[in-house]
Design a protein around this ligand. Structure first.
Ligand SMILES: NC(=O)c1ccc[n+]([C@@H]2O[C@H](COP(=O)([O-])OP(=O)(O)OC[C@H]3O[C@@H](n4cnc5c(N)ncnc54)[C@H](OP(=O)(O)O)[C@@H]3O)[C@@H](O)[C@H]2O)c1
Length: 288
């Protein structure tokens, strides 16, 4: 039984936040028409609303069919529209993912994990499969042996971390980019105020009579990526979807291009002296 607060959040996400994402993901799916789960609950809405449930399974790289059994059990679903590998990282089931120690981290195998994801697809457990936090280099490795290419790579992307190289790569490979922390997470522990307090965005917002958040989200939309923005506030949810009936001038685009770049969440917690990733550069394959 879904409680009313949860139902409200699902409804709002469906109505306001993710319509565009859903349509774009649908057009990239293996199927012309994707069966929709839990009365129209899209993946994007699901990812937000059930983040804790989903994260606990996909994030930690048990991966593929084993991971799905857990998800099915927790969500009560027979299949999902889209199933993502959350990070190119694998940890012990018993680990506290917010306080990892070196011995918690196991070797992550890109090809084997993807094989298991493909198996999920073939078994009908997931209609489409994708990845998250993959560099161009990791995607290339995945694609070398893939029989089903990922439909999406969900990565940190916003005006302060513009991801131009990755965007271009994904475009060439027909992989959608989905942008997490599109507002820079607006001060959350994994984020910053680099987007919402950005003077360039503030000026553009004032000139266009838009909010800074709308400017930030519109920019992602104009890059051909899908902003996955999170809000628990009904008015801000409405505000965040009002980005489709206006656009930037060339001058504004150029101003945004020059915003100083810094990745918000660098992933230090996944780097260990004797681990698979011994430095931030190794984690991101130098793409940082
Ligand atoms: N794949 C991954 O590794 C990964 C990593 C991080 C996050 N994510 C996903 O990405 C999604 C969004 O990322 P995020 O939560 O990190 O960052 P975000 O969407 O950039 O920022 C969320 C914050 O912005 C505020 N906000 C939303 N709309 C606003 C507006 N119009 N004006 C002012 N503030 C606004 C929210 O507060 P209110 O709720 O008060 O509006 C919240 O504090 C999440 O659903 C998360 O699941 C994925």
């Amino acid at each position: 039984m879904i409680d009313q607060n949860l139902k409200h959040r699902i409804d709002q996400n469906l109505k306001h936040q993710f319509l565009n994402s859903e349509l774009r993901i649908r057009s990239h799916s293996r199927f012309d028409s994707i069966p929709i789960l839990i009365s129209n609950l899209t993946w994007a809405a699901m990812e937000t609303v059930f983040q804790d449930y989903i994260s606990s399974i996909i994030y930690w790289g048990s991966g593929g069919t084993n991971g799905f059994v857990g998800m099915e059990w927790k969500l009560g679903l027979e299949y999902v529209d889209l199933y993502l590998v959350h990070w190119p990282i694998r940890i012990k089931k018993s680990a506290d993912r917010f306080k990892l120690i070196e011995s918690d981290v196991l070797h992550f195998d890109i090809k084997e994990t993807w094989k298991a994801m493909e198996e999920c697809c073939k078994l009908g457990l997931a209609n489409s499969i994708g990845v998250s936090n993959y560099s161009c280099s990791k995607l290339s490795k995945l694609l070398e042996n893939a029989t089903i290419p990922p439909v999406v790579n969900q990565v940190e992307m916003n005006v302060a971390w513009q991801q131009q190289k990755l965007l271009q790569f994904c475009k060439e490979k027909n992989i959608l980019v989905s942008a997490w922390s599109p507002l820079g997470a607006n001060g959350a522990i994994w984020g910053s105020h680099q987007v919402m307090q950005n003077p360039v965005l503030k000026d553009i917002a004032a000139a266009k009579d838009k909010s800074v958040a709308q400017v930030a989200l519109r920019w992602i939309h104009e890059q051909g990526a899908i902003p996955v923005v999170k809000s628990f506030n009904k008015e801000r949810m409405k505000e965040n979807i009002q980005i489709f009936d206006w656009k930037f001038t060339d001058e504004e685009v150029s101003q945004i291009q020059h915003v100083p770049q810094a990745k918000g969440f660098r992933g230090e917690r996944y780097v260990f002296p004797k681990g698979q990733y011994k430095s931030i550069e190794e984690l991101w394959d130098g793409e940082i």
